[in-house]
Each structure stands twice: as structure tokens, then as C-alpha cells.
Design a protein around this ligand. Structure first.
Ligand SMILES: Nc1nc2c(c(=O)[nH]1)N[C@H]1C(S)=C(S)[C@@H](COP(=O)(O)OP(=O)(O)OC[C@H]3O[C@@H](n4cnc5c(=O)[nH]c(N)nc54)[C@H](O)[C@@H]3O)O[C@H]1N2
Ligand SMILES: Nc1nc2c(c(=O)[nH]1)N[C@H]1C(S)=C(S)[C@@H](COP(=O)(O)OP(=O)(O)OC[C@H]3O[C@@H](n4cnc5c(=O)[nH]c(N)nc54)[C@H](O)[C@@H]3O)O[C@H]1N2
Ligand SMILES: [Mo]
Length: 690
């Protein structure tokens, strides 16, 4: 998009850009309204120990309070007692600086971020199959040319409206669109075929599709032989997945499974995409692996116009997962437990590799340990609102309250900021330069259009201020304790261009290699695709043409078995509960709930249920209902829809308070990725007597 400033007002104009072809969704159009919003934070807030209220304070006082608090906690409990929580909305520069800040200035292993709730299952599955995790290993435009496109647990018509143009182009060229979703969504309405499985059964569907492909002879033997390893074990494991068995579990008719397998197996160009519906499960990694197995067996990845991909969510969901705000990661998508990676990054940071902490723990485990005897006692949050967005949120809220020190940097008083001891007002997107990496792995520029309002600092400036203070010995002799690291601990540039130059060096030689990406090159080329190791060399719009990023260059099959959800229905909780998004609200809603036009379009939480179920419960449209799980409850008006399975209810997660979907969700996590099971748990629904 382009921004125009007239008489101090910023407006957003869609720009002709190849990814979205000039399209922009309503949230983009209205985003500028938040820059001058009356609730915008323009001064730090400190909790008054007497009244317990948040009070305006100076930056000096706020930063002092944070540094004193960090020192006290680390003196008592060691460096790991301070934790950092980041977000996939941060620019690459900020995500990078945050990871460095945790490891170098705080010397803690405890950093993770909201991408754990978002991309982690697809990322883990991609890594183990392809050796690299880039959401789409091909340009988005390829979707328009696919003869068959399978969307599993994705609702881009509401969550990524600009992408619909590619779906339209695909249909106009005679392609087939198949959507797998327990609800008739706006996306499902565009489809030629809609499979409507029970939540949590996609893996059975994937295995049955591969079973059919094998039986019908659609498997690409030459590809499997030359480009992959491990197929025999997968062939054996799907042998028992005859379609009737998958139908019994998922409710998807055998004929639809066969039609889907045929459409994929006989297409010239076929693409399989997953999103959160398939991924946000305690078996999310295996479910994605099931679809990757199918794609590999059909010979799709690396073939022009074909492949497997994952639809990345947040603004910088891709770049945000590459530069070190993940617990186990260093910049350039390096592993923090890899000695060579530690040497390289420590060299760039000017610290001995031995001083870098080891891996931390995934986001939910981190949040659930806060304030407990063995867990961190202080938390710094940049770019997330876990009080609304974390699973089993009431428990997470209690953990946050148990902390000795909670610091939140935000431009609005989110539900999480409202619990903080210190709130720092930070700059918004239109006030900062930087880069973001989109779902295609394409690095793009974000351009500052105006200065932040007086009193507001950028996240980079906040990290620099804190790092400098932490590196200076305190009155009690604390601080500066990083010894040889103290010089480096103070080196946190605030200019995003300087940070990006450092990020390039830190990423050089890693899987997500940005060494050859310069801001000038991004501007000249409408974005640069990683890996791009040399400034004068090519970038990589399409991966896997000749080899995969594994040591032997071959993709790896992994046999995966369907297993039940962490919580199955029972007489007391007889219904399945699933969650997701609506068009007019974004994420935890901090921003979009404050925009009048969006509030009008989607004013409150709701519970979507089938009219037959509503009948049984004696509920009419618009009446308040209660959704109760073993963890808590949500109250919101009923929304009757014949498009949802009668055994399943749905609620969006954009609201806090009584309408908070995450009061109900299950905190079971995937054993490999740490992804919480946001998309299925057992509930009962009750009418609320007015
Ligand atoms: N309007 C809007 N757009 C957004 C966002 C937003 O908050 N609002 N957030 C952004 C972010 S961070 C993300 S991650 C993306 C997410 O984008 P999507 O993944 O498209 O969004 P969701 O609504 O979470 O989930 C998609 C669908 O999964 C279905 N589903 C639920 N359970 C299952 C299941 O077990 N199997 C299958 N196959 N489907 C299931 C739901 O019915 C839902 O329609 O959207 C991005 N875009
Ligand atoms: N039940 C259920 N829960 C879910 C999901 C689901 O489908 N169902 N989806 C999950 C997914 S995919 C995601 S991505 C998460 C998202 O949920 P969150 O992690 O809570 O993400 P946001 O709501 O985007 O929160 C971002 C916060 O940071 C602020 N912010 C934005 N940009 C910046 C910045 O540059 N700097 C700073 N300092 N602050 C900034 C915003 O104002 C906002 O308060 O929710 C997860 N939770
Ligand atoms: Mo997300």
C-alpha cells in the first residue's frame, strides 16, 4: 500500500503490487485511524504501589523501574528469571533486536513469541520434510495457474482478502478449488468442492487421499525415487487408511475423498495449502506432514506451478520467525544449539559464543511457568496480547499477575498492558522504517511516513535505552555483570537501516540468508526473495527446483498416524468447539476493536451454531449463550448458521472479557512444535436466562 499525508492526516491507498494486485482489505484501509486515536498511548505508565493504578510517568522513571526490577529478579534468581515475549507483527529489524537483547543484554534463554501459536506446526513439518521453512516456496501468483488447489483449514476470503483474486483467476482459467473446513465459510462458497470434516480429523483425510492415490496409480514413482527418501514406510502406514475408515472418522463422504484425490492426482499443476484450521492442533505437525506426504507422493514440490505451502498469518509472520525471537533460534533461521551457528552469531554480536544462553521453551510452556517457583519472575512483552490470544487464557492471566515485574510495550492499552507494572508507548507502523518478509519469503520495505508523536519511542529505541542502562553498573554493583559482554551489551543501534545491515551479517550462511538483500535492492525489485547470499547474485522466488534443503538434497517422508484430539466429547461436554477469525477484526482486537467502522461491522463475540442444535437447546438467533469447557466459559450471542456441522460450535477469538474464546480453549500442545490446540476442545452450550 502507499500512504498519503495531507494536513497531518494519513490515508492508506492500495498500491499496484504483484502480490495483491492493488487489493487491500478493510483493516488496511482503516489502519490509519489508529495513528491519532484518542486512546493512543503517548506517555509511559507506571503502576502506583499505593493505589494499584497505572499512572503517567517520565521515560526516566519508567526505564529506571524496569532496570531496577530486572536487576532485583536476576540477583535473586539468575539471568533466566527474566523472560521476553515477542510477536510476528514486529519488523525483521525489531524481531532481530529483540532476540539479541534477550541473549546479550539480559543473558536469558527465555524468549519466545506469538508465532508459536501461529506458524509453528507448519514450520516444524516443513523443516523436517524439506529442510527449510518458507511458507510458500513459490510466488503467490502460481496459485492462479493451478489446475487444482486444495485449501485445508484456510479461510482466505476473510483472513486474506487480497488472495481471493488469485482464486478467482484460478477458477476463470478452469481450475478446481477444493476447501476443507468444518464450516461453510466465505472461502468454501467459492469452492467447486467443499469437504466438511469433524474438527481434528484432517490427518485421517490426508492419509486416505494418499491411500486412494496409491490405489489409482497416481503416485509419481520417478519423482519419489529420485527426489525423496522414506516412502516405503509411508506407503505401509497409509495402506490401512481406506476411504471408508476416513469417512467414519471425519464424516467426509468417500465419493468426495475420491473426487479430491482424482483432482489432485490427475492435475498437470496442483497446489496444496494448509492454514491454521489444520495446524492449530496437538497433532498439527503430523497433520501438515500428512499433506506434505501427499504432495511429495504426487511429485508436486519443486515442480513449476505445483507444490505444498502454508498460508502465513501475521504481517511479518515469515520474517518474524527467522531472526531469533524463537526459543531455539538464532538469526538467519539458525539453531541456537548448533556450535557453528553460535560461533558465527556471537562473532557478529561481539560476545564469546560460550556466553550465549541455550534454547528456551515454547511460548505456552513459558507463559504457564511465569511466577511459579521454577519459572521467570519478570516478563517483557513486545507485540502480543496473550491475555486474549493465549490458550486457557484465564490461567495465563493469573500467571501474569504472579510476576514480580511485567513490562508491556504497545501503542494502545491492550488487556495485557492493563496488567503491567510498566507500560511503554511505542511507535506504530507508519512511524517506522523497516522490512517485513511476506508469506512468499519476499523481503519488503515498510516506510515511515511521519515522526512518532511526542513522548513515544520506537521499540528499537526502547531496547537500546534498556540495554545501555543494564550495561552500566547499578548503585548496588549490579548490572555490567556480563563482564566481557558489557561493551556489546550496550551496542543496540536505533536506526533500522543499521540494524538491518547487522542482521544481514548475522544471517549470512544461514538457511534464511539475507546477506545479499539491501534496502536499495528491495526498492528496485519490488522485494527480494531469500535465500539471497550475494548482493550481485540472484534471489530465490522458487525453492526446490533441483534439490531440497536437506543434507542429501532429497525431501523426507515421515509416516504419520491419526490420533484423537487431546480432549474428546463426553456426555458432560458433548460438542466440539473450534475458533478462528472474522473479516472485520484482527487478532486479539487491540487495534480493530477501536476502529468505529470495524466495530460496526463486527461489534461483539458470537457463538456460531447449527439451527438444529439451537432448536435442541431452545436458543434463538441473537440470544445469549454460554459455552462451557473444563477450563472456563464464554458468553456471547448465538449466531445460527446452517453452514456449520451440528456437532460443532465456533467462536472468533478477537474479544476479551466475557466473550473471550480462549477462556474455553484447551492448552494441550503439539509435542514437536509447541502449538496449542486452539481448534478443538469439548464443550457444552447452555442458554443464558435473560
Ligand atoms: N480478518 C482477519 N484476517 C487475519 C487475521 C485476523 O485476525 N483477522 N489474522 C491473521 C493471522 S495471524 C493468521 S494466522 C491468519 C489465519 O488465517 P486462517 O487460517 O484462514 O484463519 P482461521 O479463521 O483461524 O482458520 C481457518 C479456518 O479453519 C477452520 N477450522 C477450524 N477447525 C478446523 C479443523 O479441525 N480442520 C480444518 N480443516 N479446518 C478447521 C475454521 O472454521 C476457519 O474457517 O489470518 C490472518 N488474517
Ligand atoms: N482461540 C484462538 N486463539 C488464537 C488463535 C486462534 O485461531 N484461536 N490464533 C493465534 C494466532 S495465529 C495468533 S498470530 C495470535 C495473535 O494474537 P496476539 O499475539 O495477541 O497478536 P495481536 O493481537 O496482533 O497483538 C499484538 C499486540 O501488540 C501490539 N503491537 C502491534 N504491533 C506492535 C509493534 O510493532 N510493537 C509493539 N511493541 N507492539 C505492537 C498491538 O497493539 C497488540 O496489542 O493469536 C493466537 N490465538
Ligand atoms: Mo497468526
Amino acid at each position: 500500500m502507499t500512504l498519503r499525508e495531507e494536513a497531518g492526516r494519513v490515508t492508506v491507498l492500495p498500491r499496484q503490487f504483484p502480490t495483491n494486485r492493488g487489493g487491500l482489505c478493510q483493516k488496511g484501509w482503516t489502519a490509519a485511524e489508529l495513528l491519532d486515536h484518542p486512546e493512543r498511548l503517548t506517555t509511559p505508565l507506571l503502576r502506583d504501589p499505593g493505589t494499584g493504578e497505572l499512572r503517567p510517568a517520565s521515560w526516566e522513571a519508567a526505564l529506571d523501574r524496569i532496570v531496577t526490577g530486572i536487576r532485583a529478579v536476576q540477583r535473586g534468581h539468575g539471568p533466566d528469571a527474566v523472560a521476553v515475549f515477542g510477536g510476528g507483527g514486529l519488523t525483521n529489524e525489531k524481531a532481530y533486536a529483540l532476540g539479541k537483547f534477550a541473549r546479550v543484554a539480559l543473558r536469558t534463554r527465555h524468549i519466545d513469541y506469538n508465532g508459536r501459536f501461529c506458524m509453528s506446526s507448519a514450520a516444524a513439518a516443513g523443516l523436517r520434510a524439506f529442510g527449510v521453512d518458507r511458507g510458500l516456496p513459490f510466488p503467490l501468483a502460481d496459485l492462479g495457474r493451478a489446475d487444482t488447489l486444495l485449501l485445508v483449514g484456510a479461510n482466505p476470503a476473510e483472513t486474506m482478502p487480497p488472495l481471493v483474486r488469485w482464486l478467482t483467476e484460478q477458477r476463470e482459467r478452469g481450475g478446481r478449488l477444493i476447501v476443507v473446513d468444518p464450516r461453510v465459510t466465505a472461502t468454501a462458497r467459492l469452492a467447486d468442492l467443499h469437504l466438511q470434516p469433524l474438527p481434528g480429523t484432517d490427518l485421517a483425510v490426508a492419509n486416505a487421499l494418499l491411500h486412494i492415490a496409491l490405489t489409482e496409480g497416481w503416485v509419481d514413482r520417478a519423482y519419489v525415487d529420485t527426489r525423496t527418501t522414506g516412502f516405503p514406510a509411508v506407503r505401509r502406514s497409509v495402506a490401512g487408511w481406506w476411504p471408508a475408515r476416513a469417512e467414519a472418522l471425519s464424516g467426509v463422504p468417500v465419493a468426495d475423498l475420491e473426487a479430491t484425490a482424482r483432482a489432485l492426482g490427475t492435475a498437470e499443476r496442483a497446489v496444496i495449502l494448509t492454514a491454521r484450521g489444520a495446524e492449530q492442533h496437538a497433532k498439527g505437525v503430523d497433520t501438515v506432514t500428512g499433506f506434505v506426504n501427499l504432495a511429495l507422493a504426487l511429485g508436486l514440490p519443486g515442480r513449476p506451478g505445483s507444490g505444498y505451502g502454508c498460508l502465513t498469518g501475521q504481517g511479518n509472520g515469515q520474517g518474524g520467525r527467522e531472526h531469533g525471537q524463537k526459543a531455539d533460534q538464532l538469526p538467519g533461521y539458525r539453531r541456537i544449539d548448533d556450535p557453528a551457528a553460535r560461533e558465527h552469531v556471537a562473532g557478529v554480536w561481539g560476545v564469546p559464543a560460550g556466553e550465549l544462553p541455550g534454547p528456551g521453551v515454547p511460548a505456552y510452556r513459558l507463559l504457564d511457568s511465569l511466577g511459579t517457583p521454577a519459572g521467570p519472575k519478570a516478563l517483557l512483552v513486545f507485540g502480543s496480547n496473550p491475555v486474549v490470544s493465549a490458550p486457557r487464557a484465564a490461567r495465563v492471566e493469573r500467571r501474569l499477575r504472579d510476576l514480580d515485574l511485567l513490562v508491556v510495550a504497545d501503542f494502545l492499552l491492550s488487556e495485557t498492558a492493563a496488567l503491567a507494572d510498566v507500560v511503554l508507548p511505542t511507535a506504530q507502523w507508519a512511524e517506522e522504517d523497516g522490512t517485513m518478509t511476506n508469506l512468499e519469503g519476499r523481503v519488503l520495505r515498510r516506510r515511515a511516513l511521519r515522526e512518532p508523536p511526542p513522548g513515544v519511542r520506537t521499540d528499537l529505541a526502547v531496547l537500546a535505552d534498556l540495554a545501555a542502562r543494564l550495561a552500566t553498573p547499578g548503585e548496588d554493583g549490579g548490572g555490567g555483570g556480563a563482564g566481557a559482554a558489557s561493551g556489546a551489551a550496550a551496542r543496540f543501534p536505533t536506526d533500522p537501516r543499521t540494524v538491518f545491515a547487522e542482521l544481514r551479517r548475522a544471517s549470512a550462511g544461514g538457511p534464511a540468508d539475507y546477506a545479499g538483500v539491501s534496502w536499495e535492492r528491495i526498492d528496485a525489485a519490488d522485494g527480494v526473495w531469500w535465500p539471497c547470499p550475494d548482493e550481485d547474485g540472484p534471489d530465490t522466488p522458487r525453492l526446490f527446483a533441483d534439490r531440497f534443503a536437506t543434507p542429501d538434497g532429497r525431501a523426507r517422508f515421515h509416516p504419520v498416524e491419526h490420533r484423537p484430539a487431546a480432549e474428546e466429547v463426553c456426555p458432560e461436554y458433548p460438542l466440539y468447539f473450534t475458533t478462528g477469525r472474522v473479516l472485520a477484526q484482527y487478532q486479539s482486537g487491540t487495534q480493530t476493536r477501536r476502529v468505529a467502522a470495524l466495530r460496526r461491522a463486527a461489534p461483539s463475540a458470537f457463538v456460531e451454531l447449527h439451527p438444529d442444535l439451537a432448536d435442541r437447546l431452545g436458543v434463538t438467533d441473537g440470544e445469549p449463550v454460554r459455552v462451557v469447557s473444563r477450563r472456563g466459559e464464554l458468553r456471547a450471542p448465538a449466531r445460527l448458521s446452517p453452514g456449520i456441522r451440528p456437532d460443532t460450535v465456533f467462536a472468533p477469538f478477537h474479544w476479551g472479557g466475557a466473550g473471550r474464546a480462549n477462556s474455553v480453549t484447551n492448552d494441550a500442545v503439539d509435542p514437536v512444535s509447541g502449538m496449542p490446540e486452539f481448534k478443538i476442545c469439548a464443550v457444552r452450550v447452555e442458554r443464558v436466562e435473560p
